[in-house]
Structures are given as C-alpha cells and as structure tokens.
Design a binder for this molecule. Structure first.
Ligand code: ADP
Ligand code: NI
Length: 224
C-alpha cells in the first residue's frame, strides 16, 4: 500500500514550499524564518528525545499556517488549514490527526491557563516555538508584533495582567513590555524537555538583562 502514497520526503518538500510561499515577508515575527528556526530546533530536540521526526517536522512547518491572532481569534482555523493541506497531499488520517492535535495545542493561552501536550512530538515542537519567543530573537519578535498591533513600547500607567482565560489573553492590548510579564518570563518554567529548559534559561537571563537596562534608561539612570 505504502509505495503508492507520496513519499515522506516529498511531503516535507511540498509542505515547506507551501509554508514558505504563504509566510514569506510576513512582518510580525511569524514569517517563514520563524518557521525555519522552529523546525531546526524541533528536529534537534526530537533527536535527543527520540521523537518521530516526520510528525515533528510536519507539525513545526505547519504550526503557524493560519494563526488565530490573524483570523479573528478563530482557534480552529490553524488545524483545519493544515488538515486540508495534508489531505490534498494524500497523507494518512492517523498522521494528520497527530499533526493537527499538536497545532491545536501548541500555543500559550494565558498565565493562568494550563496548556498540556500529550505527545513527545508535541512537546518538542512546543519547546522549539517557545525558544523562538525568548532571547534576542524573542525580544525582536515581541516588538515587531507590538508595533504591528499599534502598541506602545511601555507605559508605566498600564500594569501587566495575569490572564485566567484564553479569551482574556487574546483581548489584551497592553504595551509590549507588559508581554514580558504576561508571557515571556513565564515560559522557562513551562518547558517540556531538559535540553529545551536549559536553553530557555539562558535566553530568559538575556531578556532579564534587556528589561533591566530598559528600565534603567527609562528612569534616566545615567551619569553625565
Ligand atoms: P505561540 O507561539 O504560543 O502561539 P504567539 O504566536 O501568540 O505564541 O506569539 C508568538 C510571538 O508573537 C510571541 O512570542 C511574541 O514575540 C509575539 N506576541 C504575541 N502576542 C504578543 C503581544 N501581546 N505583545 C507583544 N508580542 C506578542
Ligand atoms: Ni510559532
């Protein structure tokens, strides 16, 4: 049976081409190069964790194919778009289900919302996506996204919020500095794998230094 289906390597190649075309030049930090980095990191973690490389690569490639943030908060559009694409390629139902479950569960949904990943494949894709939200790249992406949404860099009159529901998290419109407290600084304690956690701690430290420096400049803390 299997020899009549499209080869795995061909499925990956076609999917890469599809995602690259769709997300190329995107200006909010969810562009093709985000996908490229997440795919590479996810595959590295997958090798350490002995996860299924085909599932991991497909899920990493398709994880932001239609993000709810850019589709009126519709959480089903990502998995549905991925399913449609994989069905057209003739990918088997059980693989599609595994990939689409990961895409549905990968996102952060608020400080007080637990997001669990059942499969090891999901865990490594989620770690890779989270690592790309941290460190120097994470900082760049946060301000790119904030600027796209018309957010202020920082506003001392608006305090960070802790979101108890995904709905509340999705509606938040605070300045980008608040996003560090609402999400980015929480990620290191939510990592799934040991290697992911180790790298997250390094990137976390770098972001802390950035925010400290930001506040010291904001406060006019300098010598003339
Ligand atoms: P996830 O990878 O969990 O789906 P998102 O797609 O919501 O996360 O966010 C990816 C990146 O987009 C974040 O790490 C951050 O850099 C940026 N981002 C998302 N929401 C905001 C926000 N409210 N303010 C600033 N940046 C944001
Ligand atoms: Ni992503």
């Amino acid at each position: 049976m299997h020899e009549f289906l499209t080869m795995d390597s061909e499925i990956i190649e076609k999917t890469e081409e599809y995602v690259r075309k769709k997300l190329q030049g995107e200006g909010t930090g969810h562009d093709w190069w985000h996908i490229h980095r997440v795919r590479n990191t996810a595959l590295q973690l997958a090798k350490i964790e002995d996860a299924d490389l085909f599932i991991v690569e497909l899920a990493a490639l398709l994880h932001d194919i239609a993000d709810h943030k850019f589709h009126d908060g519709d959480e089903e559009i990502g998995p549905a778009t991925a399913r449609n694409w994989l069905e057209n390629l003739g990918v088997g139902e059980s693989i599609i289900n595994r990939v689409c479950t990961i895409i549905r569960d990968v996102s952060f949904k608020g400080a007080e919302v637990e997001t669990k990943m059942d499969s090891i494949e999901g865990k490594v894709v989620q770690d890779a996506d989270r690592l790309d939200a941290l460190g120097a790249i994470g900082i760049a992406r946060a301000f790119a996204y904030g600027g796209h949404k018309g957010r202020e860099l920082y506003n001392p009159e608006i305090k960070p919020e802790s979101h108890a529901t995904f709905e509340a998290y999705k509606k938040s419109t605070g300045p980008t500095l608040n996003h560090f407290y609402e999400k980015l600084f929480l990620l290191k304690d939510r990592m799934n794998t040991q290697a992911g956690r180790k790298e997250a701690e390094k990137r976390h430290q770098f972001m802390k230094e950035f925010v400290d420096q930001f506040f010291s400049e904001w406060g006019g803390d300098f010598e003339l």
